[in-house]
Design a protein around this ligand. Structure first.
Ligand SMILES: *[C@@H]1O[C@H](CO)[C@@H](O)[C@H](O)[C@H]1NC(C)=O
Ligand SMILES: *[C@@H]1O[C@H](CO)[C@@H](O)[C@H](O)[C@H]1NC(C)=O
Ligand SMILES: *[C@@H]1O[C@H](CO)[C@@H](O)[C@H](O)[C@H]1NC(C)=O
Length: 330
């Protein structure tokens, strides 16, 4: 390879001395030459694994796999938003150099030539991460690739529905708000009436406001005049769904009735659902988070027992009291 380069340079300069040489001709030779290099020394990046979404405080592993072929490794360098934070040079002492970069907290002991481990990511850790691998002199072949990572702060509870009544009649106006708990990025909210997406004409907002910790609170209003089409067998189910990328999905549901039935004055259901579709990695990322979230299912259980097994008057009264307490709270 070196010989080829020397030959090329000598030939070029000889020819230049003899009769001058067209620039395009040199470029043509140069192109042939670099083609040869690619074939002989094939330093390749085989995969770069950077998670797209991670949860606050998580430990993140970023993997940079490469194939040296006949090259010797000179360095592996990691950058965040263009700033180098980790350098692995097996021939230097020390092998590892680390540079302070905002939001990057490298675990030196778990990181090595193909892996960097970041401890306790926070919002400032979001950004573009690049891995750059270089071969030894004289070629210093370099390959690099990047991936974007976003740190997500999940809401600590499901979306809350406010402003609803337990009973509506035809021509009444339904006016409710759905508000997500603080998160980053903000949750995407949507309303469903009897499990179908609400008409966009019914929606007010969304409004996004920032709380004192820099997290976003989303609010989406629902307003419409009640018609026959909104009831299914006398019931109307109103659901608000909050999602964040593929890592978070939770809904809250409210059922109202259109008839005079005493037993079924109202049923409110608050339930949590886990994301239906996400990568294994994303699921692993949020698993602990979900486990820690407080359980909102209790009101449903109370109500269902009440509906299915109406017991003595006093226990019915007690349940109703609970129900109203819950309704007021919600
Ligand atoms: C994240 O870590 C910080 C301190 O390191 C702590 O104050 C905060 O409560 C943690 N947040 C979560 C959601 O675990
Ligand atoms: C985020 O983490 C970095 C270290 O990785 C730390 O220096 C910084 O104070 C943290 N920021 C917040 C807001 O916690
Ligand atoms: C880097 O460390 C990980 C675990 O800490 C290990 O599985 C992997 O084999 C190491 N890679 C190299 C090239 O040493």
């Amino acid at each position: 390879m070196l010989k080829a380069k020397k030959d090329f340079e000598r030939n070029a300069s000889l020819r230049k001395h003899k009769r001058g040489i067209a620039l395009s001709e040199i470029l043509q030779h140069f192109k042939d030459y670099s083609f040869t290099v690619v074939v002989v020394v094939a330093l390749r990046m085989t995969s770069l694994q950077i998670p797209e979404h991670v949860v606050l405080n998580e430990t993140v592993r970023m993997q940079c796999n490469f194939n040296l072929d006949k090259e010797q490794l000179y360095s592996v360098k990691w950058y965040k938003d263009g700033h180098e934070f980790y350098r692995f040079t097996p021939r230097d002492r020390p092998e590892v150099l680390m540079f302070p970069v905002r939001g990057v907290n490298v675990n030196r002991f778990q990181s090595n030539r193909t892996l960097v481990v970041l401890n306790n990511v926070n919002l400032t850790s979001s950004g573009r991460y690049r891995c750059e691998v270089s071969g030894e002199a004289p070629a210093f072949e370099t390959v690099s690739d990047h991936g974007d990572m976003t740190v997500v702060v999940l809401p600590n509870e499901g979306p809350q529905i406010t402003g609803g009544r337990s009973k509506y009649q035809l021509d009444d106006v339904v006016r409710m708000d759905c508000t997500s708990a603080p998160s980053k990025p903000h949750a995407l909210l949507s309303w469903f009436i009897n499990d179908e997406p609400a008409d966009t004409d019914y929606l007010i907002g969304p409004d996004i406001v920032m709380d004192e910790n820099g997290l976003d609170i989303a609010k989406l209003g629902l307003e419409f005049r009640v018609g026959n089409k909104h009831f299914r067998q006398g019931d109307m189910k109103l659901k608000c769904l909050a999602t964040i990328a593929t890592v978070y999905k939770q809904s809250n549901e409210e059922s109202v009735v259109g008839d005079e039935s005493v037993l079924k004055t109202s049923i409110m259901e608050s339930r949590e659902t886990r994301a239906q579709s996400h990568t294994r990695e994303d699921l692993a990322n949020v698993k602990r988070k979900f486990n820690r979230r407080k359980n909102c299912l209790r009101p449903v259980v109370i109500l269902y027992i009440f509906t299915i097994f109406p017991r003595t008057f006093s226990s019915t009264f007690h349940t109703l009291a609970n129900l109203f307490k819950f309704l007021r709270y919600a």
